[in-house]
Design a protein around this ligand. Sequence first.
Ligand SMILES: Nc1ncnc2c1ncn2[C@@H]1O[C@H](COP(=O)(O)OP(=O)(O)OP(=O)(O)O)[C@@H](O)[C@H]1O
Length: 250
Amino acid sequence: MTIALETRSLEKSFGGLRVTRDLSLQVMQGARHALIGPNGAGKTTVINQLTGVLTPNSGRILLEGSDITGLSVHKRVLRGLSRTFQINQLYADLSPLETIGLAVSERMGRGGDWWRRMGTRHDVNAEIAEILSRFHLLDVMTEFTSTLPYGKQRLLEIAVAIAAKPRVLLLDEPAAGVPESERHDILAAVAALPRDVTVLLIEHDMDLVFSFADRISVLVNGGLLTEGAPDEVARDPQVRAVYLGEAADV
Ligand SMILES: Nc1ncnc2c1ncn2[C@@H]1O[C@H](COP(=O)(O)OP(=O)(O)OP(=O)(O)O)[C@@H](O)[C@H]1O
């Protein structure tokens, strides 16, 4: 099997605090891989290094075999590595239709040109409609993003990332803060992501992790505690003790 995304002996410190410790991770092509760990374990710091927001102190990051450690965020996106946008990065005053339109247009290298051409490009419009439909956003597509229910905003984040046609998608806590009544839509959308997209998920919601992942890596104090298939990880006494707690029901 091919490795889609890999870290080799990644190290990151903030001052004297070692936040990523000798981390070697392999995410296989097409995998549904989850990175879990208790609060402060260093998951976000790993994602930020993968996307290029943070530079590691040492170690390498490889995307489909190419070393991307020194590449900018933008160049990594162009190489096929995307992350879900955080809600505060969405355009509050744009509608989902406009947001996805812009994202598709960006990917095609057209940028703001899309505004002028809106409605004139059948292929672009068909793709926008397909994404809005897939992420259950058709019914709210002309409303301001800021007025949407929280779950819909989170769906829009994933939709924007998918509009970039990534080969590897980093899903950063897609269910965080979503009320119970809207969680089903998030789980369904995540489960329906295209199979040819490799996904690395960071999530606290264990229902989502265990329903989604075919492989789980457990991070503790910046280092890898263990990794394996979900049932192995769930049974692992170290995981239960250190991360989930003895009483955790996984
Ligand atoms: N820019 C920074 N400067 C200093 N310390 C930082 C910085 N960013 C993160 N840290 C520290 O690094 C450690 C790991 O943080 P990180 O956010 O990566 O963990 P996490 O596993 O994502 O946590 P959570 O699940 O709570 O989001 C924490 O102790 C945090 O306080």
